[in-house]
Design a protein around this ligand. Sequence first.
Ligand code: UDX
Length: 446
Amino acid sequence: MALRITVIGTGYLGATHAASLAELGFEVLGLDVVPEKIEMLGRGKVPMYEPGLEEVLRRHVAGIEGSSGRLRFTTSWEEAGEFGDVHFVCVNTPQKRGEYACDMSYVDSAIDSLAPHLRRPALVVGKSTVPVGSAERLAARLRELAPVGEGAELAWNPEFLREGFAVKDTLHPDRIVVGVASERSEKLLREVYAGPLGEGTPFVVTDFPTAELVKTAANSFLATKISFINAMAEVCEAAGGDVAKLAEAIGYDERIGHKFLRAGIGFGGGCLPKDIRAFMARAGELGADQALTFLREIDSINMRRRGEMVDMARETVGGSFLGVRVAVLGAAFKPDSDDVRDSPALNVAGQIHLQGGQVTVYDPKGMENARRLFPTLGYADSAVDAVRGADVVLHLTEWAEFRELDPVALGEVAGRRVLLDGRNALDPERWREAGWTYRAMGRPRA
Ligand code: UDX
């Protein structure tokens, strides 16, 4: 009989994972402790913006006309415990308030809530990003609380999906990494991932700590690449160089590559910033803090970029934001997402607002979340409306919609034609030809 799978936590990761497993042919039960989320998902509605996810979900949610009926949702731990042969834990591990360490309370409570309902052999698979050492601790806790005892096994299977590409990354991953303690766990996971494995996806089998570390190491490397190029941008600014050309040129070396070398206002979101901080905190606990002191620098280069964008904008408008109208294009931490968690764009907008600027923000999908987080900023319903009358325009999230804007038409509504490109993603020539002063971080003023 085909495996029955539960997915615990239905945020970006869990909702995508549940829908993708149904797409791969499994019977899936998604669980969340927030009833409103479960109610929405049960109607085939995704509680966030993620391209393509709703279509996949609607193909499988039971009760939707024409669906496979393989995907259902619940808030009941008892139902989940009875249903699943494999249980994926996909809950959030946010940064603790005022600390670098990550908050494990959602993972811990998922294990504590599920375990008492495991009465037959089951595999619990952690997908959340956790401090190294967590899997071993959770495996013991699981055995202790589950009525089936040793029959409740744990595995760790980090997730590498990117927001905006979540469905594609889940169904066609670069690699699958599993930390296992038994052959049985490995066999079950090979069965779950038979689809992608059939396409030749590499399958890396490790112990628990290595699997946990793969995820934090990968995110640290990505953060390092971005801060490296942003450090080069700072030097370019001082020396009159062009960081975009520099990135292009070094990227032709295959050992370096072109990806993740876009200079600008830096990385944000719910993963990279908190993951590198949690990694430093955990290394400290393990007595290996020296190994990761460079990550402190990666973090501080990244945070500095936001302030430098604010400084560049203030200088452009004559040294003070008082009475100045500032249009901010972008609120999400990256394009194709409505996620505003630790968004560099909103951080810059917020700083300018605090310094007296009249900020008007527009984002194609992130407006609702932005309004909730920064209710005192001004918001417009379109890029054109945001730019109307503005003394300076800041491009802070590189949506395709902004690349397609017509600089001539926009120039007619802007107060002054000054554009600061915080993402190095617009074509300087196009804007300059339309009479705009175009400036970007790490590039000559022209
Ligand atoms: C990241 C990892 O890529 C993913 O593998 C992991 O599972 C979760 O964390 P995500 O947070 O969705 O994914 O975003 P990502 O595409 O990595 O971008 C992170 C941030 O870096 C964004 O704010 C983006 O704007 C910024 N970035 C990215 C740059 O500033 N420059 C670049 O060249 C690339």
